[in-house]
Write a protein that binds this ligand. Structure first.
Ligand code: SF4
Length: 228
């Protein structure tokens, strides 16, 4: 009987099915991203670079962070950025905190190009729309654990917004234009900035991975230098 066969397969090879499913989702997102980038005359890595700059916190858009995000060398990342600067989509600016650090910003043309690159996210949302709330919660929890494990093993750079981070102090300065506070970099953040991705996000569920106060001090000082 077909269901029995399927069940016995799951019992014998539970990870094979999950792994295949994840690889297929990866294939699909890569294909959609490739098509989107081509449609507007970009290479996939150029498109990924623009989206990184748009979604990442303004203090973390250094060439070093971008290279880590792309999994590329510093030299090839500089080449990607140079091409986008030449096209008027990206500009370089010195960090207000450490002038030796160069941060990347989108120009107006870059912002407009990014707006055309969001379709893959919508397609995934549509694909998930058929799941029940319970299935979504279970999937989120399971995938979250897989992603954390890959991140801990050093295979994945995961950047997330502030909410849910162990360092985040929501509305620490009520009524201020920058009401939120980050204990890691000891800085206040606007609501808009708090919604952007941060490579240093540590989920509350993994609070035991949080560095001590002494570590926080040394990381804050070395943070920008290390990401140049
Ligand atoms: S470390 Fe956490 S609280 Fe600080 S900016 Fe990053 S995500 Fe936000």
């Amino acid at each position: 009987m077909p269901p029995a066969v399927a069940n016995s397969c799951i019992a014998r090879h539970p990870m094979d099915l999950l792994t295949k499913a994840l690889l297929r989702i990866g294939q699909a997102t890569r294909a959609i991203g490739l098509e989107e980038a081509r449609e507007i005359g970009l290479t996939p890595v150029q498109a990924e670079t623009l989206l990184f700059i748009k979604r990442t916190k303004s203090f973390a858009t250094s060439i070093g962070s971008l290279a880590t995000h792309l999994g590329a060398t510093h030299a090839s990342t500089v080449g990607v950025v140079d091409a986008l600067v030449a096209r008027g989509l990206v500009e370089r600016r010195s960090s207000g905190v450490d002038r030796r650090v160069t941060l990347l910003r989108l120009t107006e043309a870059g912002e407009e190009t990014c707006r055309q690159l969001e379709r893959w996210g919508h397609l995934l949302e549509e694909a998930l729309a058929g799941l029940s709330d319970d299935d979504r919660v279970a999937l989120e929890r399971g995938l979250g654990a897989v992603i954390w494990s890959l991140r801990t093993a050093g295979y994945l750079e995961v950047a997330e917004p502030c909410r849910g981070c162990v360092y985040f102090e929501e509305n620490a300065a009520p009524g201020s234009p920058e009401p939120h506070h980050c204990r890691l970099i000891n800085a206040y953040l606007s609501e808009e900035e708090s919604l952007k991705d941060c490579p240093d996000h540590v989920p509350l569920a993994h609070a035991d991975a949080t560095p001590s106060r002494e570590d926080l001090g040394s990381r804050t000082g070395s943070r920008e230098r290390g990401r140049r």
